[in-house]
Design a protein around this ligand. Structure first.
Ligand SMILES: [Zn+2]
Length: 415
């Protein structure tokens, strides 16, 4: 409450759109120069985050998509099942794209799982060019141009071992075609760097802004320069069943804008919890990644809030005020993870937790969630004020494409 009074007392902010939150039931007002928007798009089918950076540069992290796992655990498609999730993502991105933008500047794949890049099956439709099939990221680019794609595998897709499956094979055919015909740029996500995802339009106006690549493929930022250190032992010293799993290879980054910080880390998890027979602490990558990030204002929960992710040490290092759980299956978030997310023994102070969908089964098993969560259905949008000193959270109705605001939270003072 004090924050709100202070903000309204400042004449500059009082006259800006940021000081006046939109009315409930009205569409989300468009992004404006200087604001940082983070859209957690709910398709019910996996992660898709769209960032509009302060100068209008755009970043899509993951592109949702169907998964190969058993359907009974999946959540309903949003807005509905009449279109595939990648197409819903493309349409959402086109609605909120800054004026004058022809396409997405950067697309980042956190890792190579179907709920992040779009699984390919025998019934996935062919692209109009006939060269590859459509799902997730390839479906997004069917209607929205992408200038640069970053992933953890380029160019050889051989870490920790050659990655061969229908989804990645199709994705590589897609990259080859787009490079040859549309000049697509592809780079491997480089942990430690803070210039791989850069403001492209007016960087000079936002000297404090950066996206710091924290982690990928076992390499974590040291906190000094662009240096990294290796978390994994030499892979040849590990048995076949001890090799790192795909989730703990996920790319992670932190965005800093003025006082505001936001963390996103794909499906990073605490593999020691999932596989207690595995030797050594090296599987537990969440903690060193969070310690490299330092405390943040807001974060996407790792691995959809699954039971094996968002460890106590990870959360104690990040100490978020706002947490967004991007659910895509029953048990997102899981009851043990929910207790960690809400535990004031791990870090003190208030925190607001937003879940993109809480199913009936999740509500029954993750007890307390319906009472404690700030939202249980909808897209979740974080919008900072110009300069990053404060931010709001909007929950949008995901049942149609009208972008209506269901609830507004904040302003929160960035710490
Ligand atoms: Zn996932």
């Amino acid at each position: 409450m004090n924050t709100r009074i202070l903000l309204l007392a400042l004449p500059v902010l009082a006259t800006s759109a940021f000081a006046q939150p939109p009315e409930i039931g009205q569409p989300l007002p468009p992004w404006r120069e200087g604001e940082l928007d983070i859209h957690h798009i709910n398709t019910g089918r996996g992660d898709a985050l769209f960032f509009i950076l302060p100068d209008g540069t755009t970043l899509l992290e993951d592109a949702s998509g169907k998964t190969l796992e058993a359907a009974p655990f999946s959540l309903p498609s949003r807005p509905d099942a009449s279109r595939p999730p990648g197409e819903w993502v493309a349409r959402y991105v086109q609605r909120v794209m800054p004026p004058g933008h022809g396409g997405i500047d950067y697309a980042l794949l956190s890792h190579f799982h179907g709920d992040h890049m779009g699984a390919i099956t025998a019934d996935s439709p062919l692209a109009a060019n006939g060269a590859y099939r459509l799902s997730g990221i390839t479906q997004v680019m069917e209607s929205v141009p992408i200038a640069t794609i970053l992933d953890r595998g380029w160019p050889h897709y051989d870490f920790p071992a050659p990655i061969r499956n229908a989804t990645v094979d199709n994705y590589r055919r897609f990259l080859d075609w787009q490079i040859r015909h549309h000049g697509l740029k592809v780079e491997r996500f480089a942990p430690g760097r803070n210039d791989q995802i850069a403001l492209l339009h007016a960087a000079g106006n936002y000297p404090g802004f950066e996206i710091r690549n924290l982690y990928g493929n076992g390499q974590v930022w040291t906190g000094k320069g662009n240096g990294t250190r290796e978390l994994f032992p030499p892979l040849h010293t590990l048995g076949k069943d001890q090799q790192p799993i795909e989730n703990i290879l996920s790319n992670a980054f932190v965005i800093r804008y003025g006082r505001f910080d936001y963390f996103s880390g794909g499906d990073l998890s605490d593999e020691r919890v999932a596989f207690p027979d595995h030797d050594g602490a090296w599987h537990q990558v969440e903690r060193p990644v969070a310690e490299a990030a330092g405390p943040v204002d807001a974060m996407k929960a790792n691995h959809h809030g699954s039971w094996d992710a968002n460890s106590a040490a990870f959360l104690a290092a990040l100490r978020p005020r706002v947490i967004v759980v991007t659910a895509r299956a029953e048990g997102h978030p899981a009851v043990n993870t929910w207790h960690r997310l809400t535990s004031k023994a791990l870090w003190p102070g208030e925190r607001d937790i937003f879940v993109t969908h809480v199913s009936e089964a999740t509500a029954r098993t993750t007890y307390g969630i319906e009472r404690q969560a700030r939202s249980t259905q909808g897209h979740v949008v974080i919008r900072t004020a110009p300069g990053g000193d404060s931010y709001r959270v909007f929950v949008l109705d995901d049942g149609d494409e009208r972008m209506r605001v269901k609830a507004v939270f904040g302003p929160y003072a960035a710490q």
